[in-house]
Design a protein around this ligand. Structure first.
Ligand code: GDP
Ligand code: IMO
Ligand code: MG
Length: 465
């Protein structure tokens, strides 16, 4: 059996928690796209784990795979593994030989391009992890793959071709003086970031460690064998549908496919195998967004992130945004910056449901909205005087969409631990009405309702495995 977990919105929907909850029955947890731009939270035994690259199955001692669709920074991978080991978790992580490698210059170029774009307010607000530049090299057929790290001749040959190209891009196109600066704004040592010999030594060592620790796999073959043995596989999507490079709001997207099709391409199992299982869309009961791009249901705004926001907003909207932000902890984990927040958006969710074919929904953060008098949902958009039930293909048109809201009476803050234990019927009635409306509009059943960050703070209606 295969279960795929996909973010239905803009990332941070609570995918890590759902992987952890349902992962009990899984044998293997697989990431199929993205890299250490993700931040997945698992709360286990009162301890909170924030995972970037290591799949969330690590906390339960599962086998974890980074598929060929991932971009892997070996530095951050080993740092994360070492930090987990120090906390008493010793994860079994395998890495696809076909996965691409993030090198220090990818991070440098990510930062440079964002700075250049920001001069015209065009920046995406990336995580700065070098994700975009690594996928560019992959698509340009000049990237390094994990399997190249264990063959010194191949490694050197590839570096000798690609490093001068990236160096020329930094120096000649973007005008960066690599020789004169020790480190860039993010602390990357510029001199070694573009030095073939230094990179060769460092990355050969990572290859040796990956090999020595038995971490290298041909992901598709590995997973197919385990399936044949009757094992259960869970795919852990990172980011979300609207950050998908094809189906998201390009160009304010990440450079991979978080939608369910990505699970096949990014793992080496066929679309039939992935599609033959369950696909669970993780939906936050409201919206949060890190970075730029349109967001029709946004409440108030966040300076530098909300396009065109100048700090002047409706007082009531500002109050609501602050309430949701505080209750939901919607502040950047590293920067502490407030995240953009807004009401649930059904046109967005219809688009997500179609692209990934959700068989079930995980509705998180129902507790976060408790205490509000009124909760709104955009049931459609108005564009050029017409009603639209899904999102337009361009960001320019999307930005012109006016939400048409349906309003719900709010629900009180209750003893959520009790609700989680007692079951769905004990959810406040107004919350049930809200959830049932969303479920019927998306023609998809609700499998689980999140009423708190902990594994036990979930109202489980269906088990996909
Ligand atoms: P992911 O990137 O999709 O895995 O989500 P993140 O871990 O980045 O963000 C989700 C945050 O919300 C984490 O701090 C979770 O612990 C927390 N969380 C998840 N589900 C719920 C929920 O139902 N209620 C509350 N209050 N918090 C939740
Ligand atoms: P998880 O898996 C929320 C956003 C960035 C930026 C855009 C591109 O925790 O849900 P990138 O560094 O990928 O090139 O940035 O995507 N972004 C995320 N937002 N959650 C994430 O991951 C994200 N990963 C990337 O803020 O707008
Ligand atoms: Mg996250």
């Amino acid at each position: 059996m295969i279960v795929t977990i996909v973010g239905a919105q803009l990332g941070d929907e609570g995918k890590g928690g759902i992987v952890d909850l349902y992962g009990e029955a899984a044998d293997i947890v697989v990431r199929y796209q993205g890299g250490d731009n993700a931040g997945h939270t698992v709360v286990h035994g009162g301890e909170e784990y924030k995972l970037s690259l290591v799949p969330s199955g690590a906390i339960r001692g599962k086998t974890n795979v980074l598929g060929n669709g991932c971009v892997v920074n070996p530095r951050t991978l080993f740092d994360e593994l070492d930090a987990l080991c120090e906390r008493g978790v010793d994860p079994d992580v395998r890495v696809a030989r076909r996965a691409h490698v993030i090198l220090p210059y990818h991070r440098v170029l990510d930062g440079i391009e964002e700075t250049v774009k920001s001069e015209d307010d065009q920046e995406v607000g990336t995580t700065g992890r070098g994700i975009g530049p690594t996928y560019e090299d992959k698509a340009g057929r000049r990237g390094l793959r994990i399997g190249d790290l264990v063959d010194p001749e191949v490694l050197r040959e590839r570096l000798e071709y690609v490093v001068p190209l990236n160096r020329a891009l930094a120096e000649d196109v973007f005008g960066i003086a690599i020789e004169d600066a020790d480190v860039d704004a993010t602390g990357v040592d510029l001199e070694t970031a573009f030095d073939v010999d230094a990179l060769f030594e460092e990355y050969r060592e990572y290859g040796r460690r990956l090999d020595e620790e038995g971490m290298l796999v041909d992901a598709g073959a590995f997973l197919a064998d385990r399936l044949d043995d009757g094992e259960q596989i869970m795919f852990e999507g990172a980011q979300g549908t609207i950050l998908d490079i094809d189906h998201g709001n390009y160009p304010y997207v990440t450079s991979s496919n978080p939608t369910a099709g990505g699970a096949a391409v990014g793992s080496g199992l066929s679309p039939g195998v992935v599609g033959g299982g369950e696909v669970i869309g993780v939906v936050k009961a409201y919206l949060s967004r890190v970075g730029s791009g349109p967001m029709p249901t946004e409440l108030a705004g966040v300076e530098d992130d909300t396009p065109g926001y100048d700090g002047a907003a409706d007082e009531r909207a500002e109050e609501l945004a602050t309430y949701i932000r505080e209750e939901g902890g919607e502040y950047g984990t590293v920067t502490g910056r407030p995240r953009r927040v807004g009401w649930l958006d059904l046109p967005m969710l219809r688009h997500a449901t179609r692209t990934s074919g959700f068989t079930g929904l995980a509705a998180n953060h129902v507790d976060t909205l408790a205490g509000l008098d009124e909760v709104k949902v955009a049931r459609a958009y108005r564009l050029d005087g017409e009603e639209l039930r899904t999102i337009p293909a361009t960001v320019e048109r999307w930005a012109e969409c006016e939400p048409i809201y349906r309003s719900f009476d709010g629900w009180p803050d209750v003893d959520w631990d009790y609700v989680a234990e007692a079951g769905y019927d004990k959810l406040p009635e107004n919350a049930q009405e809200y959830l049932e409306y969303v479920s019927s509009e998306l023609e998809t059943p609700i499998y689980v309702v999140g009423v708190g960050p902990g594994r036990e703070q979930s109202v489980v209606l269906e088990h996909p495995f």
